[in-house]
Design a protein around this ligand. Structure first.
Ligand code: ADP
Length: 510
């Protein structure tokens, strides 16, 4: 049959053959009994043969994978009977003759003969194995990621550049109380309490504009808010990733509620213990304290009675002498009052109160109680504070407690020593820290005691609880410092601890 189109006259059969030869899809003609009558080169290649006769019985059925066979046959029969949709592509798996399994998408259409009867079926097929495989890899990857995210105990929230939530893991659902479907597309600020809720868009914008990292790549402890309105502490680490042209931010959230509560509980227990230890320490001071208070009170009594006697006896009262006596009495009364006040503060059960304090005042205050009765025992002491140090960041009572313990231990250790020298020094230790040392000329500490020195219940004293140094170390570590012990250069013992220096100007921002 000749066809004439656009000035070109050609053989229509030759044209059809050329199309079939060059088509990358397989085209087959089968009779009504599934027998392959024609197959183009792409079809032969798909099956792995060079001629139709190499196919057993010329039947495609042996190559269709068993699980795909029923659907294939049904589709074929429907096509033959005129019920099948020619345009509906179906997908089957086939094993070609080389034993390779391929995924094939095909369409079928009924082929009529010249008198209108059914000659067979035309089938076109395309090998979509590669496309399927990569889609499956992506799908597998996604489901793998989901599976991992669902099992990671940390909650994960992914947001886009505008702060909209694009993924919300199972743990995030549990933590915040929202289902993923409820939050997808919402601004992530809904998971934060004020004022961060209002400020978050700006945080994000600033980061996108300046690249300045305030939280990205750095774990931070921040607050989150649950669906029921409960605010809770959480550790947040944010990662920044590019997905194609878009940036996404992944936030991993760890709930700190329990940890914070446990830490608070631990702090309460430690504070109670420290308080109990101060009470018992002051208890052991009782007689020395009585003595220490007795001195100024006796002096007050003496000055006041001398003044009274003068008024009684002398007609001409020397006002200057009386003033001097009263001045002295006032000074002594103030000294007694100071001791009482220090003691009251010391045994008070207060909240931890960390402030910027003058190191000089802190050390002087600590010696008021720490060295009660020391002079009577023949102890001499010196205090040396490097003039470069002004302030430290500390809880006054707790640090006094540490110094009190160290001084009392030193004084007690020197009981039998011929020289009883106590030295308290403070010098800078880098820009950030101050080191305070308490040295004595006692007998030193034997290695067996040293091994467990800072553990509770290590004591060589008849009445000792062995809690002092373990409490001191807890206090110093809670202040971010270290407490250690070493042997003195000339015998005796040196205890050292560090505190954080404070610069007032850094707080004022000036
Ligand atoms: P306690 O004073 O109740 O025994 P501590 O924890 O304060 O408890 O001290 C533990 C032990 O460490 C003391 O019993 C003592 O043997 C030893 N120790 C502490 N300070 C000194 C010191 N400056 N010199 C010698 N030994 C010391």
């Amino acid at each position: 049959m000749e066809t004439k189109t656009g000035g070109l006259t050609f053989d229509r059969m030759a044209y059809l053959n050329a199309v079939l030869e060059t088509l990358p899809d397989a085209v087959a003609i089968m009779d009504c009994n599934y027998r392959l009558v024609e197959l183009n080169p792409a079809g032969l290649a798909m099956i792995g043969v060079s001629t139709l006769d190499q196919i057993p019985n010329r039947s495609p059925l042996a190559m269709v994978a068993p699980e795909s066979l029923p659907a294939f046959q049904k589709h074929f029969q429907e096509t033959v009977s005129g019920n099948g949709g020619a345009t509906v592509p179906l997908r089957i798996e086939v094993n070609n003759l080389a034993g390779v399994r391929r995924i094939v998408e095909y369409r079928m259409a009924r082929l009529q003969n010249l008198d209108g009867g059914v000659a067979g079926v035309v089938m076109t097929a395309r090998d979509i194995s590669d496309r399927e495989l990569s889609a499956r890899v992506v799908a597998d990857g996604e489901s793998l990621i989901h599976a991992i995210l669902d099992t990671v105990p940390d909650a994960m929230v992914v947001i886009d550049e505008a702060g909209r939530i694009t993924s919300f893991s199972a743990a995030a659902e549990r933590l915040f109380g929202y289902a993923e479907a409820d939050v997808l597309g919402s601004n992530v600020s809904m998971l934060m309490p004020s004022p961060h809720r209002e400020a978050h868009d700006n945080y994000l914008l600033r980061y996108l504009q300046t690249g300045e990292k305030r939280i990205i790549g750095i774990g931070r402890v921040v607050e989150g808010i649950r669906r029921d309105g409960m605010v809770f502490p959480m550790e947040l680490s944010v990662g920044d990733a590019s997905a194609g042209e878009h940036r996404v931010f992944t936030g991993f959230v760890r709930d700190l509620s329990e940890r914070v509560e446990a830490e608070a509980q631990l702090h309460r227990v430690q504070a109670d213990l420290a308080h109990a230890s101060r009470l018992s320490a002051v208890g052991t001071l009782a007689s020395a304290l009585a003595h220490e208070l007795n001195q100024p009170l006796t002096a007050v009594a003496n000055y006041v009675s001398a003044g009274r006697d003068m008024i009684d006896r002398e007609a001409e009262v020397d006002r200057d002498i009386i003033r001097e006596a009263l001045d002295e009495a006032a000074k002594e009364a103030v000294r007694a009052g100071q001791i009482v006040r220090r003691m009251r503060d010391f045994v008070a059960k207060g909240e931890v109160d960390t402030r910027i304090l003058s190191l000089g005042d802190l050390i002087n205050d600590a010696t008021t109680l720490g060295l009660v009765g020391a002079r009577e025992k023949g102890v001499q002491w010196w205090i040396e504070i490097d003039p470069g140090i002004e302030n430290v960041l500390a809880d006054r009572i707790q640090i006094q407690q540490v110094m009190f313990n160290l001084m009392r231990n030193a004084v007690e250790a020197m009981e039998e020593s011929p020289d009883k020298h106590l030295m308290i020094r403070a010098h800078p230790c880098g820009e950030e820290k101050v080191e305070i040392s308490v040295s004595d000329t006692g007998p030193g500490i034997t290695p067996d005691i040293q091994a467990t020195l800072f553990q509770p219940f290590t004591s060589t004293k008849g009445q000792g609880m062995g809690l002092g140094l373990s409490i001191c170390r807890t206090i110093i570590e809670a202040h971010g410092g270290r407490l250690s012990m070493e042997a003195g250069d000339y015998g005796g013992t040196v205890f050292k601890f560090t505190l954080t220096r404070a610069y007032r100007e850094s707080l004022d921002g000036s």
